[in-house]
Write a protein that binds this ligand. Structure first.
Ligand SMILES: [Zn+2]
Ligand SMILES: [Zn+2]
Length: 408
């Protein structure tokens, strides 16, 4: 049943690449009320508490869109533009056709390649662009920050953050409330303030952290050397173009033209292979310091994998390798290797280049290697062909046996 809701007294135009929770936060601030109140008044939430379902980050259904658009004076297209689903043609991990169950829930629950429960952010972008409306209510909480392949801000040439500098909690973390906006009933916070609560209290009576995430720290100098930093920022610019440029819909993966959606699926698959086979791909790291950063990350993942194996019951062991890193620099470091591996010009070179990684992954765990390489849905035919080892199975196993257990 479509509820009849009254139009809000004032509207607000969405900012570029803004998420739905970001828009609600700014709209609530403009109207001097709590974001949960806006969610209830715009038909997004049935309850007075105004919990915003996680799935709305991906897409708001047609009926809700109609009500929301009418109450906020937005067009249905503008409402659709607030959702991650609008990016799915560019970014495969958001495409429902690549999931085993075609329901939004599986995109949220089984997909670490989109951040539904927290977000990265750029403090400078949150501070706004100096325009009157952004000076009053802050800048955009961007949709692209929800994608792990976005780890730096091309505009401000800085790496994105994912934790609050004051309380060290994940920003806009939703595990406790299962609402896209934590503390939806709290009208005291500006859109860019940290809404986390210290400790384990669930009560809205306990004050939130309140740190202004749009403030830039006095000493934000990165420990990263200039060459590494520059390489990662260039990589980010290339990814940004693939995600946003109106005139780019395809790119190349192992010498073949592929959709950008497939390309990001290829990067995802290769990232898992790089980690499970580490340090087989170490020589492809852009700089020594990025290789070192990946040494530490891979060691942590190998340990996590062993720990999962040691536990009784069925566990998703391979997730220790397939989930993207939290840290922005480490993310850029591993994606840089994946990009290099995909940049080879033909199948023969790719098969030869990837062979040591495949072999090492089989050494580590044949089942995990197979599973990670079999994550094919949505990947390009060129990568599928390069990772297809069935007809070489005999020689691979012989090769693996010949290597013995000399390497660990
Ligand atoms: Zn920025
Ligand atoms: Zn905080």
């Amino acid at each position: 049943m479509t509820r009849v809701l009254r139009q809000l007294p004032r509207g607000l135009a969405p900012l570029a690449d803004e998420t739905l929770p970001g828009y609600i936060l700014r709209l609530a601030h403009r109207l001097g009320t709590a974001p949960g109140d806006i969610a209830a008044r715009t038909g997004l939430s049935e309850r007075p508490a105004g919990l915003l379902p996680l799935g709305f980050l991906h897409e708001v259904g047609p009926a809700t869109t109609q009500v929301f658009a009418q109450v906020t004076r937005l067009t249905p297209q503008e409402v659709a533009g607030l959702g991650l689903a609008a990016l799915s043609s560019r970014y495969g991990p958001l495409d429902l056709s690549h999931t085993s169950a075609k329901v939004t829930r599986s995109v949220i629950n089984n997909n670490p390649w989109a951040y539904f429960r927290s977000t990265r952010y750029c403090p400078h972008c949150l501070a706004g662009d100096g325009s009157e409306i952004q000076r009053l209510h802050g800048g955009s909480w961007q949709r692209l920050w929800r994608l792990p392949v976005v780890f730096a801000c091309p505009k401000h040439h800085c790496f994105l953050q994912n934790r609050c500098p004051a309380c060290d909690q994940l920003v806009q973390f939703t595990a406790r409330t299962r609402s896209l906006i934590p503390r939806p009933g709290d009208a005291s916070l500006r859109p860019a303030q940290c809404r986390a609560i210290a400790g384990s209290s669930r009560s809205d009576r306990v004050p939130a952290c309140g740190y202004s995430l749009d403030s830039t720290l006095p000493n934000t100098a990165s420990p990263l050397d200039d060459r590494s930093r520059s390489a990662l920022l260039c990589l980010q610019s290339r990814f940004h173009a693939l995600l946003t440029a109106a005139d780019i819909e395809t790119t190349h993966s192992i010498g073949m033209s592929v959709s950008t959606s497939q390309y990001f699926m290829d990067l995802r698959t290769l990232m898992a292979l790089i980690f499970v086979s580490w340090p087989a791909g170490r020589s492809y790291a852009t700089t020594p310091s990025l290789a070192s950063a990946l040494d530490a990350e891979a060691e942590r993942r190998h340990k996590a994998y062993r720990d999962l194996q040691a536990r009784p019951g069925k566990r998703h062991h391979s997730r220790a390798y397939s989930a993207p890193p939290d840290d922005a620099v480490v993310t850029g470091a591993v994606l840089g290797i994946a990009e290099t591996l995909l940049s080879v010009q033909n199948h023969a070179t790719a098969a030869e280049t990837l062979f040591p990684l495949v072999l090492r992954s089989i050494d580590r765990d044949p089942a995990a290697s197979y599973y990670l390489r079999a994550m094919r849905r949505g990947t390009s035919p060129s990568l599928q062909a390069a990772l297809h080892v069935d007809r070489r199975k005999g020689s691979l196993r012989a090769h693996a046996r010949a290597k013995g257990s000399g390497e660990t």
